[in-house]
Design a protein around this ligand. Sequence first.
Ligand code: MSP
Length: 644
Amino acid sequence: MAASKEKFYVTTPIYYVTARPHLGSLYSTLIADVVARWQRLCGKDSFFLTGTDEHGQKVAQAAEAVGKDPKAFVDSFIPAYEQVWQQYELAYNYFVRTTDPGHKEGLQVFLQRLIESGAIYKDRYHGWYCTPCETFVTRVEHAGQAPPCPSCGRETALVQEETYFFRLSAYAQPLLDFYREHPDFIVPRERANEVIAFVEAGLTDLSISRTTVAWGVPFPDDPNHTVYVWVDALANYITAIGYGQEARQEQFEHLWPADLHVLGKDIVRFHAIYWPAFLMAAGLPLPKRLLVHGWIKVDKQKMSKSFGNVVDPVVLHDKYGVDQVRYYLMRQIAVNTDGEFSIADLEQRINSDLANDLGNLLQRMSTLARKNDLFEVRPPEAWSPAALSLRDAAWSTIEQFRQYMDECEFHLALAALWRFIHQVNAYFHEQEPWKISKADSVRFAEIISATCHSLRMIGILVAPIMPVKMAVLLGAIGTTCNTEGSCLEELELGVWQQTFRLMETEPLFRKIDKTEQEVTDSEKGKEDEQIAQKPSYVAFEDFVKVELVVGTIKECDPVPKSEKLLKLQVDCGAYGMRQVLSGIAHAYRPDQLIDTQAIFVLNLKPRKMMGLESQGMMLLAEDDAGSLVIATVADPVPNGMRLR
Ligand code: MSP
């Protein structure tokens, strides 16, 4: 542990071990890994914790169903977790299991502290319980009937037993005060609003022990009770780093409070209400931030073992490769919304973003330079204007990338970086280095050097997302990066003065053969060719019928339940205010668009999307990979100005 560096402690939820990990479990863990690597790149001393949730009724029942002792049952899945996490380069610092002796010791100390604080009392529980979610259903509309679980919709069972209660009701106001004082505690904001509304409706005391579930940690001084599995599980965040274990106290004090808990939207209540209330009662500091991610869905349904629609990460790894899947998950799915898993999108991202945009750039530059005997690439004495403008673009991309990564908006960070990759490709193409390799070796070397500097920056910034391939990329241009603070700091200086050494390289990404798709594509290609042979012109009088107007975006909000759409209120001058829906949520954050001028088509027939009317269309530039950039005017103009 480097004493001089600021720490960053990030956690994943701990997984129920009733099956092998699936793509949904991989997703939570990958987010935490990317954050840990990113914070390390920013110079922090990251500590990344993951692990498994091994007690409780759900695990006990699953073990019983296959005639196994619960401990032997959970043990049997641990190698699969370790294997998958290693395959995906998930570089955790510690793997906690709730059956670890250290965890059990720490948990009992934690409970003792809650008992001493007066937050716990004994009574009888009478109510409904959902075993798959391990949840007491506290708000029931028709008291006599078994309600469906509000979280998963499955049947609940009646539980009547003696229990220890935690005085959760006493923490409603302190929690509301805390949320108000820490508006960034829960990200994204919509989740915070849901939590606040839930707490404002009043909290009931929480049962935290079971007498009918033997598979758990005994309650202090009352071994007829076992600790409720969610209390057991949440405590992992402190026990894993040494809480309640004398020999590890120093580590606990160094790391706690956690800087970030990563979790799925199904378990927000436990992390945003119960966990802070327990910590308040125990007199411990609260975690700094909860990052709540959406679900990965298949055919619009959450990917989950119980729905039988899981995607096996091992199969994906073997077919597509570790960094390709990591990139797809971080680029395709906005962290705060649900995302539909699709092989077609994964293959498209690999072929287009990775193989074409990035891999080919490296390959083309390196092959050309080496063919012309340029192996050692020194920076020029002075950069030309074209290279300087590329360097400026690199510099502003670093700024944007940093902001998005700090806010855990990974898809936007990658979208910004890919816009820069397109700029590097355009630069390389426009400079036509192949035409001057012999005639002007100085300018030739400058183009190669500018491309290498750009690739170095890309390699360093993208390393938290694609650690293996970016190490290969950096190796191919003869640089390494310790992927720790100094590297990013140096990049941010924006000085291009490296010497590169070009190594022989294999293509960075292999394209996926889309055999079936290719057949249809090539048939479509023939049709396109035929169409292309008959030029079809638009008459000028037809063109001017399109009302192309400049407007300023005054308000911009996400559209509930839509991954793509943003809802804009646009001031179109003499044409009035217009509501426009635009599919750009993957490319821009709503606040980025406020006060931006863009170009709108105003005389299309109004259209309803997601129940909302769109009274115009915003013009966007879109490349083959689906990256979007807003079309605008070069200088500010009055709203309502027509384009022609
Ligand atoms: N054991 C509890 C967590 C205790 S943390 C103190 C639990 N386990 S779980 O295995 O059911 O889920 C663990 C995490 O995986 C949750 O964040 C959950 O949202 C995430 N995912 C499980 N399926 C998922 C998807 N299909 N998509 C994205 N994440 C999903 O809850």
